[in-house]
Design a protein around this ligand. Structure first.
Ligand code: NAD
Ligand code: LMR
Length: 346
């Protein structure tokens, strides 16, 4: 096992996901240095976490103290849950206008000061923020598809939980591949590929698929205007980050689905050709180089799953194009507001 010291960063560290995710990283024996950046409250979050008697040292950054550039400097892994969450009635795509710019700015900073970092993007809409990230990294000549991951682990976590509720199998034993993207119909659970195998009764199949695809809405509705999944996402984000770090340290056989640029990952080009989507989530074998192999699970899927896949790719292509276009053809800056009309003269 490598004894390389690990610097981990959370961008958006004061938020609903950022705080519990930072706590989990602070508790991890795999992290030596934890750097937290946000536009508010990081001094407080960092001071609080720094009292925990675990190994990692903690520092907090705000724009006034160097912001993301100072936080990211020479990072090994950068996890990004910065940006606004949904409220009831919103789609993830409704977050694009604000979050696209936030992610673009953070990735630009990462490209400049941490070009070799593993970058894990949580900010929604993931189907577009990951293509945005890739384009920014390409513009800086530092794009390495094996090190850029859209975090879709929450879909897998949900699928494992819901399948276990139906099948009665212990959740810890289940592996449920979920592929595609991270929004509604772009999320494709493959119950035919679950290990150990499960039989989902026909009368429960559609509802189970729907619950995995729209699990996020369940939480948004229950939080009633106060945001979206945070605690389950912090768990999922940590689970993925920890696997990346364990692989970096030399552990073998670690696999987890993630939304990656398939043509840049060994084994991915063939899958991209089959789906017609360059960015797509499939099980990824992790190693010291990051995404060492994209695993093709499309070979034996059922007719029902083929239909889910067709609906997924139809929507996903547009989400990807929107992200790429945001960087290639940036929207014109908003025109300055017209001066307020002078009060009517008497
Ligand atoms: P939140 O509003 O609680 O926290 C977001 C944080 O980002 C805030 O503290 C905010 O100050 C910070 N921020 C904003 N701009 C920033 C910038 N330029 N630099 C650094 N920090 C900045 O929101 P949340 O509930 O933590 O959700 C964050 C994002 O994660 C949302 O976009 C949400 O949709 C997404 N999300 C994704 C998944 C997934 O499965 N990938 C799951 C849940 C939530
Ligand atoms: C989720 O799946 O919970 C997240 O993407 C947040 C959301 O907006 O639903």
């Amino acid at each position: 096992m490598s004894d390389k010291k690990i610097k981990a960063v959370v961008a958006g560290a004061s938020g609903g996901i950022g705080q519990p995710l930072s706590l989990l990283l602070k508790l991890s024996p795999l992290v030596d240095e934890l750097s937290l950046v946000d536009v508010v409250n990081t001094p407080g979050v960092a001071a609080d976490l720094s009292h925990i008697s675990s190994k990692a040292t903690v520092a907090g950054f705000l724009p006034a103290t160097g912001g993301a550039k100072a936080a990211f400097k020479d990072a090994d892994i950068i996890v990004i849950p910065a940006g606004i969450p949904r409220k009831p009635g919103m789609t993830r795509d409704d977050l694009f206008n604000i979050n696209a710019g936030i992610v673009k700015g953070l990735i630009q900073d990462a490209a400049e000061v941490a070009p070799n970092a593993y970058i894990l993007v949580i900010s929604n809409p993931v189907n577009s923020t990951v293509p945005i990230s890739a384009e920014v990294l390409k513009n800086n000549n530092v794009f390495n598809a094996q090190r850029l991951f859209g975090v879709t682990t929450l879909d897998i976590v949900r699928a494992e939980t819901f399948v276990s509720e139906i099948s009665g199998q212990a959740v810890a034993d289940l592996t449920v591949p979920v592929i595609g993207g991270h929004s509604g119909e772009t999320i494709v659970p493959l119950f035919s590929q679950v290990t150990p195998s499960v039989t989902i009764p026909d009368d429960k199949y559609d509802a189970l698929v729907n619950r995995v695809q729209f699990g996020g809405d369940e939480v948004v509705k229950a939080k009633d205007g106060l945001g979206s999944a945070t605690l389950s996402m912090a768990y999922a984000g940590f689970r993925f980050a920890e696997k990346v770090l364990r692989a970096v340290k030399g552990e073998k056989g670690l696999v987890e689905p993630s939304f990656v640029y398939l043509p840049g990952v060994p084994g991915g080009a063939e899958i991209a050709e089959k789906t017609g989507c360059d960015f797509f989530s499939v099980p990824i074998e992790l190693g010291p180089n990051g995404a060492e192999k994209a695993i093709d699970v499309l070979g034996n899927i059922t007719e029902k799953e083929k239909k889910l896949l067709a609906a997924c790719t139809a929507g996903l292509k547009g989400n990807i194009e929107k992200g790429v276009a945001f960087v290639k053809n940036p929207p014109a800056p908003a025109a300055p507001a017209a001066p307020a009309a002078a009060p009517a003269q008497k």
